[in-house]
Design a protein around this ligand. Sequence first.
Ligand code: UT7
Length: 336
Amino acid sequence: MRKVRAAITGIGGYLPEYILDNYELSRMVDTSDEWIMSRIGIKTRHILKGEGLGSSYMGERAVRELLEKTNTDPLDVELVICATVTPDMFFPSTANIISYKCGINKAFAFDVSAACSGFLFALQTGAKYVESGAYKKVVVVGADKMSSIINYEDRATCPIFGDGAGAVLLEPNEEGLGIQDALLHSDGSGAVHLHMKAGGSAYPPTEETLKKGWHYVYQEGQAVFKAAVSHMADTSVELMEKNNLTADDIRFLVPHQANLRIIDATANRMGLPKDKCMINIDRYGNTTAGTLPLCLWDYETRLKKGDNLIFATFGGGYTWGAMYVKWAYDGGNFSR
Ligand code: UT7
C-alpha cells in the first residue's frame, strides 16, 4: 500500500481594506519610512477596522475563498484548525466561529496558539489527521488581528505588525506529494522576551493592567532578532540535510515575514538566491499566523506540481520550525 501524505490542494486569503503606510505611522510615533525600510523592510500593512470585527472576520473570508476555489462543499470538511494569538474571544475557539460562519457544520474545530509559528504547528497537526487516514478534508487557517494588541504609541513594535488571514485545504495524496517532513520546536525560556502579559488567567484584565499597558505585545527586539536568525536558519539547514536537499533542489523558501533581514539571513545560510524566497513583508508586515499562507496565496500562480518548498518560521514562545513540502498542483490554473 502506498504511503498517504497530506497535500495542500488550495489556498484562500484575506487582507482588510485599510492600508497603514509608513508616512501615516510617522505622524503617530517618532519614526520614518527610511528607518522602517532599512531595519525591517515594511512599507505598508493592512489594518482591520470596524466595531466588533475580530480574527474570525478575516478567517471566514479566507476560508470562503478557499472553499470556492477548490469547489469544496462546506459539509464535506471534517476538521478546521485555526492558528491565532488574537482569537475573537477566549472561547469558543475562533476555528469554531469561522466554521459556523462558513457553513462548515459537520466538522470539529479548535485553535492552536503558537504565535508566529502557529500556522506551521497547525499544518503539521492537520497533516497527521490526514496521514492517519482519519480525515480527507482538513482546513487550516492562520488569522491574526495584530492591531488589536499593538500599542500605537510604541515605535519599537507598532511598525512591525499587520492584520490578515490565509487558509489551506489538506487532502490525502498517494503520489508522494504533500508534506514530507517537519522539525518543530518550543522553548518557554523565550517567553520573557516576547509576550502579552495580561488578559489571561495570570493577570486578568483590571484597571491596573490596562494602565501598565500589559495588554499590548511586549518585545525585546534584539534578543528576539538573534534567536530568530539562528533558529530559523539552523532548523531549515538541518531539514535540508536530513532530506538530502541542496539549494538547487528547492524552488522556494516560504519564510515567516517578521523582518527582511531575518529572511535574508535564513536564505543565505540555505544558499538560496533572493528569487527563490517568497517575500510580501513590504506590503503586509508581520501578520503572525497569517504570514505563511499569505505567501502561498501571493505566489500560488508561480507554483508547479512537484516543486520543493521549505517553510520556515520563528515566533513568540519561543516557537520555531521548518517543513519540507512537495507542492501538489499547478498553481497557474488559479487566478485571483
Ligand atoms: O515575529 C515574531 C518574532 N519577532 C521578530 O522576529 C522581531 C525581531 N526583532 C527585530 O526585527 C528588530 O529587533 C526590530 C525591528 C524590532 C528593531 O530593530 P533593531 O535594528 O534591532 O533596532 P534596536 O531595537 O536595536 O534599536 C536601534 C535604535 C534605538 O535607538 P538608539 O538607542 O540607538 O538611539 C531605538 O530606540 O532604533 C531606535 N528605534 C527606532 N527608531 C526609529 C526603535 N524603533 C524605532 C522606530 N523608528 N520605529
